[in-house]
Design a binder for this molecule. Structure first.
Ligand code: G6P
Length: 366
């Protein structure tokens, strides 16, 4: 089908804005109205027989896998290993009979991911999560799940990432159901929470104007640090990747708890530190990390849904308030401010947002 920018200046802006719609489409496809439990159409697979999962991908899709590891382990109690595709097969990892190999790829054509899939082909059951349903990776899989994001044109992945996360969250819930790892009520609650996401993401997009304003300052930085804990840690990595891809500012993501083990040495008044901290069980610990950064003159941008966060982080450079979501699925929502920060900072710097230098949408050579 023909796609156009629909009135947006850039593909990336359009693709960010589309997320409430495409996420709702993906949820409607996998959880048809009135369906009982989490029986994903087209997913002929029983996780009761799976005792280990390996997940393999590149770039943004790799961070989707790292996030999903938290879900498969916490919700379904299946151990998960996540690997970068270009590392995976050269290590010749052993795969057991009950291993499920999951490949995540927007294009379904990334050379390293496809080669890793072929390495697993006769050794494990192969499942892929792809945007392009007729791609090589989809064709060579035992089970291929479309993420239904629609064509993604901007080189930096946005809506494909949140759709990948949504499909992986559903898969983790199906795994929990197959393995009776969660009471039916808890499972239903999680499903209900996923269904709330499109609406909450629509509200998160309202932060666009505030983000545009502060991005002028962010554009002056030569380095930026992103911090997160738990499932927000991979999102900190993704936030840093997004910023470097399109604004060319050096950025790093760190687990908040690792701050003291190195990056704290970088903190001074020139370093913006972006802390993505939904109200979760470790929120107070995160706030104490924030205070350590501020005590050293660091400029903290706190992104949170926690009430009273403004007081707890008095002296922060900025606080961006997000609609509240259950912390376990918060990465799906907090992806939006991370994307908007990269987008507006790149605009402030005048870089080519949709077609960053030296990068390609789909890397079909190794
Ligand atoms: C390239 C793109 C990224 C993407 C990665 C993996 O580096 O620029 O946006 O995340 O490839 O691509 P895939 O199509 O396999 O998801």
């Amino acid at each position: 089908a023909q796609v156009d920018k629909g009135g947006h200046k850039h593909w990336m802006a359009k693709e960010i804005a589309e997320q409430p719609t495409v996420l709702a489409d993906a949820l409607a496809h996998y959880l048809p109205e009135g369906a009982k439990g989490v029986n994903l159409p087209g997913v002929d697979l029983d996780f009761a027989g799976v005792d280990r999962i390996v997940m393999v991908a590149c770039g943004t899709a790799f961070y989707a896998c790292q996030t999903a590891k938290y879900w498969f382990e916490q919700l379904a109690r299946i151990p998960v290993e996540v690997d970068i595709a270009s590392e995976f097969r050269y290590r010749e990892p052993p795969l057991g009979d009950n291993t499920l190999a999951i490949f995540v790829s927007q294009s379904g054509e990334t050379a390293d991911t496809l080669a890793a899939l072929r390495y697993c082909a006769d050794k494990a059951k192969i499942l892929s999560v792809v945007n392009v349903a007729e791609s090589s990776i989809a064709r060579e899989s035992d089970v291929a799940l479309p993420i239904l994001a629609g064509a993604e044109i901007g080189v930096a992945s946005t809506k494909a990432f949140t759709c990948q996360l949504t499909v992986l969250a559903l898969l983790a819930l199906k795994a929990a159901q197959d393995r009776a790892a969660l009471p039916a009520e808890t499972l239903a609650q999680h499903v209900g929470n996923l269904r709330l996401l499109p609406g909450r993401i629509a509200r998160a997009l309202d932060a666009g104007e505030a983000i545009r304003e502060l991005s002028w300052e962010l554009a002056e930085a030569s380095d930026v640090l992103f911090l997160g804990r738990g499932p927000m840690y991979p999102l900190a990595l993704e936030g840093a990747l997004k910023l470097k891809e399109i604004s060319y500012i050096h950025a790093e993501g760190y687990a908040s708890g690792e701050l003291k083990h190195g990056p704290l040495a970088l903190v001074d008044s020139t370093l913006p530190v972006i802390v993505m901290a939904p109200r979760d069980g470790l929120f107070d610990k995160t706030i104490s990390n924030v205070q350590e950064v501020m005590a050293r003159g660091g400029r903290v941008l706190l992104i949170t849904d926690a009430e009273g966060a403004a007081e707890a982080s008095a002296g922060a450079w900025h606080v961006l308030e997000m609609p509240s979501v259950p912390p376990i699925f918060a990465p799906i929502l907090y992806a939006v401010p991370a994307q908007l920060l990269a987008y507006h900072t790149a605009i402030a710097k005048g870089t080519d947002v949709d077609q960053p230098r030296n990068l390609a949408k789909s890397v079909t050579v190794e």
